[in-house]
Design a protein around this ligand. Structure first.
Ligand SMILES: C=C(O[C@H]1C=CC=C(C(=O)O)[C@@H]1O)C(=O)O
Length: 386
């Protein structure tokens, strides 16, 4: 395989954003920005990453997406050329707002009342099965435009609204409607590895933010003190700690969650940190061990997975999978693929889900998915009910 090239002189985050074209890979996180062009290799499994990186040079990276159903093919790329930059900054220095052209038609799949009914069915299943503690149910919102979707503009708007999020755009296998892209702004770090330092930041438990500061603060305090949300969150932290324990000689799990805010949502958040037992364990191996956490699937994993397959009337595809990169040293960042869309041509499929606990209220769960869909809708300039 040819050697991957790195760009010099070092560019800034804004330069990389301006250079992005559909078909490229772009990942921005609080740790830095990565932009890859061209492709030395396309891999359909995380298992193929080490061999591909070994032949692509000492600074090579493999980057891309793994679907929710990890038994299905991943889509990972070893780009021909990779540029990196320090993190995108907050405080008015972000990219300018880029309006999208065209008129939108919105089609929810399933219809909102069917999602509520699906939550009710799930609650019934949980009532009949003591072991089924949590199931994450999602819905899809299909947007059709009268114009081709300007993916670079959506990426720029996501980054402008949420510079601290993990903002990503990565190509997916085409489906006959032109280049296809997975794009989003995830607040949830599945795992990062730098040397022997490991970090995972599970989220679960959500409240919609408000433009009114008093209401916004009330929503945050309500979330932090909600027993139901703290239990929903604890289930995820427990699973993350269990999955990382075999790989870590030290693991630190805070006693209780703190609040994390995005432009549209409050979340309960726990930052789990550790030190690797074997410093040769690469980032994507940790990601594979963690995925799918109960933030996107449920507890126990197998039973929740089957429940989702029996109830959700659409294919999650890459939504609730993981997206990220591993480099030739084994360092990398993998995030949970949420607050995202699968787009090609004039179509965007948006997704949002929420954790169903035995005490969940179906109407509140529907409202939570609507609030989460706003991350993408607002980046598209669509400010109407989802
Ligand atoms: C599944 C999603 O969110 C997860 C991450 C954070 C909070 C969640 C919740 O409160 O239910 C979800 O577990 C989504 O945004 O589609």
């Amino acid at each position: 395989m040819s050697q991957q090239r790195a760009q010099t002189p070092a560019p800034g985050a804004g330069d990389l954003l301006r250079a992005y074209r559909p078909g490229d890979v772009f990942l921005s996180s609080p740790e830095g920005v990565l932009h890859g062009t061209g492709s030395l290799a396309v891999l359909n499994s995380l298992d193929a990453v080490p061999a591909a990186l070994a032949s692509a040079g000492k600074d090579a990276v493999a980057v891309g997406a793994v679907p929710f159903d990890a038994s299905r093919p991943a889509h990972l790329i070893v780009p021909e050329s990779v540029s990196t930059a320090p993190p995108a900054r907050d405080g008015g220095t972000g990219p300018r707002w880029r309006p999208l052209r065209g008129e939108w038609t919105l089609t929810p799949v399933p219809a909102p009342e069917e999602h509520t009914a699906a939550v009710e069915r799930t609650l019934k299943l949980m009532a009949d099965d003591d072991e089924l503690r949590k199931v994450v149910l999602a819905r899809c919102l299909r947007l059709e435009s009268t114009e081709d979707v300007d993916v670079a503009a959506v990426l720029s708007n996501l980054l402008r609204r949420d510079p601290g999020a993990h903002v990503f755009a990565t190509p997916l296998p085409e489906r006959g409607t032109g280049p296809r892209t997975l794009i989003g702004a995830s607040p949830e770090l599945l795992v990062s590895r730098r040397g022997d330092a490991v970090v995972s930041n599970p989220l679960a438990g959500s409240a919609r933010r408000s433009a009114d500061p008093t209401k916004d603060q009330r929503a945050a305090v309500g979330l932090l003190t909600s027993d139901k949300d703290r239990r929903e969150h604890a289930v995820v932290v427990e699973a993350v700690a269990d999955a990382l324990t075999p790989y870590c000689r030290e693991l630190s799990v805070p006693d209780g969650p703190e609040l994390l805010r995005t432009a549209t949502m409050w979340h309960l958040s726990t930052r789990v940190t550790g030190r690797l037992r074997d410093a040769d364990t690469p980032a994507h191996v940790l990601a594979a061990a963690l995925h799918p956490t109960p933030a996107v699937c449920g507890t126990p994993t197998g039973r929740a997975f089957d429940t989702i397959a029996g109830i959700e009337p659409f294919d999650r595809g890459f939504y609730t999978g993981t997206v990220g990169y591993t480099d030739a040293r084994g360092d990398g960042v993998w995030v949970v693929t949420i607050r995202c869309a699968d787009t090609s041509g004039r179509t965007l499929d948006l997704f949002a889900g929420g954790g169903i606990m035995p005490e969940s209220d179906p109407a509140a769960e529907l409202a939570e998915t609507s609030a989460k869909l706003r991350t993408l809708l607002l980046a598209l300039g669509v400010d109407q009910g989802a």
